[in-house]
Design a protein around this ligand. Structure first.
Ligand SMILES: *Cc1c(COP(=O)(O)O)cnc(C)c1O
Length: 392
């Protein structure tokens, strides 16, 4: 039997119009105003998510960096940040010379815990050390429960930066994920729900702030013929070619959301019956995209650990991954403060110990998905709560 082709976690999935748009970008290189596709991509993303403006940049990380600088974060400041996330949420805090304080998740959304944030803000206020901003991450395509989180931040007058790198297309009570805070960011990295191979977007209703970020993103070059610089800037603008790809991708975003949700439903229908397997819950506050299908494995009931399951999938040439290792567990952030969901109970640690992300790319075929499911079933065999008909 030959080696079966590799199944990836979340590979890029191009639509039909990207090549044509890129060809247009090539053809118009010398005649169109610079960045015609960049401007259009910004408008289209802003319209889709419902913000007044958007700024296209070279990565989601760059967008977080700019958003935090706009929030006034500087050396010596504190910034609160979700602990259960990719390191890109927190690195820009260090770029600005500030200190992160990590906030746990809740079980219902896997995103920032209201209880932990409330405790952290109350203590910070008592110490006279309120943070300049809170970075709220929306994991795996699901919005955090923004209502109470924003209310807390408003109470203490702290800026909210939404890291919606994984949640483009998700909504929260009828508003798009990433559009509720002062600043929101998206990523178009190769593994995200739509991609430009690399890129990001900063969105906001504060157009004046976006213009300042635009200036910083172009080396903070003053409006002079010669090269005049008063402030420190960055080279963070998105290329026009990549913006053309992004416009094509945006046109198929809704299809991509539907495909990822179908993939989740298929996994859930096949695996929900097994004891010890629990899928990331979908919050009743809005549509999740299921960017990645994530689940937890209870080793006592399932008879296998999350790590063993990932190893078994790897043996079958299938890429699966643990849930993000929390930032408060990272050597990089040793010594940073951390607020668990409840005193003595850390949700993100539980999710990291037991969590698995399954291949969820929108181009995943039915047969490929069956391959994933059958490997998992073989690991769980004999452990079904009930084999047979299942109601979801
Ligand atoms: C991908 C990702 C980012 C960073 O996006 P890049 O475009 O790769 O810089 C930030 N936060 C989270 C949660 C992500 O998953």
């Amino acid at each position: 039997m030959g080696e079966q082709s590799r199944i990836f976690l979340s590979p890029p999935h191009m639509g039909t119009e990207e090549q044509e748009l890129v060809a247009h970008a090539f053809a118009s290189n010398w005649i169109a105003p610079l960045g015609e596709h960049v401007d259009a991509f910004e408008h289209e993303v802003a319209r889709y998510v419902g913000t007044k403006g958007a700024l296209a940049v070279s990565s989601g990380t760059a967008a977080i960096h700019l958003g935090l600088r706009l929030a006034g974060v500087g050396p010596g400041d504190l910034v609160f940040c979700s602990s259960l996330t990719f390191v890109a949420s927190a690195n820009p805090i260090l770029y600005l010379g500030a200190t992160p304080v990590f906030i746990d998740s809740d079980e219902a959304t896997w995103n920032m815990s209201e209880a932990a944030l409330a405790r952290a803000l109350r203590e910070a206020n008592e110490l006279g050390q309120l943070p300049k901003a809170v970075v709220i991450v929306h994991l795996y395509g699901q919005s955090a429960d923004m209502g109470p989180l924003i209310a807390l931040c408003e109470q203490y007058k702290v800026a909210v930066v939404e890291d919606a790198a994984e949640s483009l297309g998700a909504d929260y009570k009828g508003r798009m994920s990433g559009s509720l805070g002062h600043f929101g960011i998206f990523s178009f990295n190769g593994n995200k729900i739509i991609t430009t191979s690399g890129g990001g977007m900063l969105v906001s209703d504060d157009l004046e702030a976006l213009e300042r970020a635009r200036f910083w993103a172009m080396q903070a070059r003053e409006r002079e013929r010669h090269y005049e610089h008063v402030q420190m800037g960055y080279n963070y603008r998105l290329s026009n070619l990549l913006a053309a790809v992004g416009r094509g991708q945006l046109r198929v975003l809704e299809e991509r959301v539907a495909a990822r949700r179908r993939i989740y439903q298929r996994y859930a229908a096949a695996l929900q019956p097994y004891a010890g397997i629990t899928f990331m819950p979908e919050s009743p506050t809005g549509r999740a995209t299921r960017w990645l299908t994530a689940l937890t494995v209870d080793p006592e009931q399932a008879g296998i650990t999350a790590t063993q399951l990932i190893d078994a999938l790897e043996k079958a040439n299938i890429e699966a991954r643990p849930v993000w290792k929390p930032m408060h567990r990272q050597p990089l952030f040793a010594g940073c403060r951390y607020y668990p969901h409840e005193l003595g109970y850390s949700v993100s640690d539980e999710l990291y110990a037991r969590g698995v992300c399954l291949p969820s790319g929108s181009s995943l075929g039915d047969e490929q998905q069956e391959r994933v499911i059958s490997v998992i079933r073989s690991c769980l065999s004999g452990r079904a709560k009930e084999v047979g008909h299942v109601h979801l």
